[in-house]
Structures are given as structure tokens and as C-alpha cells.
Design a binder for this molecule. Sequence first.
Ligand SMILES: NC(=O)c1ccc[n+]([C@@H]2O[C@H](COP(=O)([O-])OP(=O)(O)OC[C@H]3O[C@@H](n4cnc5c(N)ncnc54)[C@H](O)[C@@H]3O)[C@@H](O)[C@H]2O)c1
Length: 412
Amino acid sequence: MAGKEETETGARAEAGTASGAPPTLGVGMVGYAFMGAAHSQGWRTAGRVFDLPARPVLAAVCGRDRTAVRAAADQHGWAAAETDWRALIARDDVQIVDICTPGDSHAEIAVAALEAGKHVLCEKPLANSVAEAETMTAAAARARARGQVAMVGFNYRRVPAMMYARRLIAEGRLGALRHVRVTYLQDWLVDPEFPLTWRLQRQHAGSGALGDLGAHIVDLAQFLAGEPLVGVSALTETFVRSRPLPAGATAGLSGAGGAEAGRGEVTVDDAALFTGRLASGALASFEATRTAAGRKNALRVELNGERGSLAFDLERLNELSFHDHTEPAVTAGFRRILVTEPGHPYLEGWWPPGHALGYEHTFVHQARDLVHAIATGTDPQPSFADGLQVQRVLAAVEESAEKNAVYTPVPL
Ligand SMILES: NC(=O)c1ccc[n+]([C@@H]2O[C@H](COP(=O)([O-])OP(=O)(O)OC[C@H]3O[C@@H](n4cnc5c(N)ncnc54)[C@H](O)[C@@H]3O)[C@@H](O)[C@H]2O)c1
């Protein structure tokens, strides 16, 4: 593929000097740690792999520590570094604001960026509460009328196998859906001495495994099914209720005053388990946990319909299992589709069949899709309205769990 890259780079460089060069879109990213690194890769790569109508430019990255953000800019390829997100939004060379910070800052940054005339990509969950998500969605709707777009970073939709599964379901290959079964299991909180980082504090993260992992699988289930959840019944649990304060932590951390010395109170769930009903009457089940020993990033999906079934495992993300129940029973069965053909979603830009993709490619696809939405003036998926709907499901899950699993409708 080196040859292909050289040819494409050369052709593009040539085009760049001609009058027909694609316009550029300056990106300003807030936060540069885990998601910041992943998004940087997406922005750097999208225009080199896909034929885009506009070329993303990594204009500026923002963090709070001047030395650290400058180092991150150099590492990830950003031209400039800012220490105040307001200054980043105000830059003339920034047209897209990409929010990769914890949930407690999403609403303030997104609304300010939209009001300043910028397009916005915001990491999931959209916000820490339904009220914040409503404010953000209203700001996005006002901005839409001015030609701006706003998208949420539910990147698992952009695994080619997931996008292809959606296509098969939309084509009716499963018939009427009966079951959607989704689990998302991690194990980094098994250790009771894991420190009390922002993800374990409600005021920063909104919720625990629910907002972190549950948000992904709620979005994925609704995206694949093509319909919303209308009600849920849930249990949540916090197994380890106090944890060591991280190095450098100061007083004022949630619950720290009432807890043992050097430890703080965990104010979010470790795990969330819930069932749900989809609008069509299909039944769904969900499990989101960060305490499943041995499970690292195990996102598994299975859908069963009257004509067939689909199954997927993120740890084998190039594969989709499909059972066609209309075939003769003697030969029918789950078959493995290797989702690496040029005709599969997103594969036109990548490698020959069988040359597998990975986690980071979802962020390249995310950048590609947002650039297309901006260039064509279409609504990006998932929109802030989609993010708000997920937030309503998360709130219904918490309400149900507080009432010991009482079935709780999700407001439309
Ligand atoms: N799509 C996914 O698969 C996925 C995976 C992990 C996290 N996330 C989401 O991404 C977001 C960030 O998570 P992360 O794992 O990257 O967290 P992280 O702790 O690794 O990084 C957070 C970054 O935000 C910066 N930051 C915090 N407050 C800031 C402020 N006021 N101004 C400027 N910078 C600030 C921090 O310095 C850091 O660089 C969260 O919403 C999280 O839920 C999404």
C-alpha cells in the first residue's frame, strides 16, 4: 500500500497547487488525552484515505497546562496550542470545535461554539443530564438554521460491520425484530485500589458504567434496530464505595470530606443492568460494567428477528455473524461475513479484502462523515437530538434503578 499512498499523496499535492484544490476545514480540539489522541488520528488520516470534499486541518488543540498541551500538539500534529477553550473557539482558523473533555464541560463548550458559528463534534455521552442535553440540542437546532452541524461521537456505529448490520436490518433481512441483546464489559475497576478519577465522580461524569459504556450500547441498539427504546427496567450497583484519591488530588472531591483519610466516595455506578422495550414491541437487554474480571473492551451485540439473526463482538470487529432463517434448516446456520470487501461500508478507502481494520479506524470514519455532512449541508448522524434521546434513556435507567427496577417509560 505504500505505492498507493505515494500516488495519492502526489496527486493530491498536485491538486493542491491547482485552483480546484478542496477547501480546508480548520479543527480546534478541546482535551488531548485518550479521546484527544484517537480523534487526532481520525482528523490526520481521513483526508488521506478518503476522497473528501474538504480537507481537515489540525489548527489548534486546547488543554489547561501550557507545557503539556504544547507537547500534545507536537505529538499529535496540531499547529497551535491554547490553554483556554474560549480562545480556541474564537480563532478564525477554527471552523469545527471537537470536544474531547469529561462530560461536565460538554454543554458549556458546545453551546458557546455553536453560538460562535462553529460546527461541533462532541464526545459521548452528550451531557451529564437531560437538562444540559436539551440546552445543547436547542443550540444545535438554532445553529442548523444558520447552516452549522453538530454531531455526537458514538463511534461504534462506524465500525464497518455495524454499519453493514444496519444496512441488512434496514433491507429487512432479519424481518420483524424480536430481541436486541447488548453487553459492554470492562474490568479496570475490579481493583479496589484503582484511584478516584473523574470517571468515578458524578459531578464530572454524570454517571458511571451507565453513561460511559451504557450510552454506547443504547445508541448502538437503537441505531441497529432503527427505533427508540420506549421504557426500561434497571438495576445499578456500586460495588466499591470508596477509592484512593489520585496523586495531586485536592480537598473538595466529591464525598472526600465524609470518607476515610486519603480516600474519597465513589458517587457513580460500577455496573448497570437493564431490560427495555423498543417502539415496535421488540425486547432488549443491556449490561454495562467496569467490574467484569478478564473482559477488556467486550462489546457484544445480537439481534434476532423473524427471518434471521446477526451477532457481533467488538474484539473481532472485522466479522459479522449472520443466520438467514429462510434457508433450508439442513444447511442454515450462522455464517461469518468478513467485513473487508470494497462493497462494505467505509472499505472503499482501505486495504485489499482480508487486511483487517481496528478500533482507531472508527475515528477516521467519524471525521470523514462529519466533513461530508458539513460539505453537503446534511444532518450528521448521530445528531445532538440522538444524543439527547440516549440521555433520556440513561435518566430513565437511573430512575428505574432508584425504584428497584420499576418499569420506567422513556419520554419521547
Ligand atoms: N467514543 C469513545 O469510545 C470514548 C472512549 C473514551 C471516552 N470517551 C468520552 O470522551 C470524553 C473524554 O474522555 P477521555 O477518556 O478522553 O478522558 P481523559 O481523562 O483521557 O481526557 C480528558 C481531557 O480533557 C482535558 N480537560 C478537562 N477539562 C478541561 C477544560 N476545562 N479545558 C480544557 N481541557 C480540559 C484534560 O486535560 C484531558 O486532556 C468523555 O466524554 C468520555 O465519555 C469516549
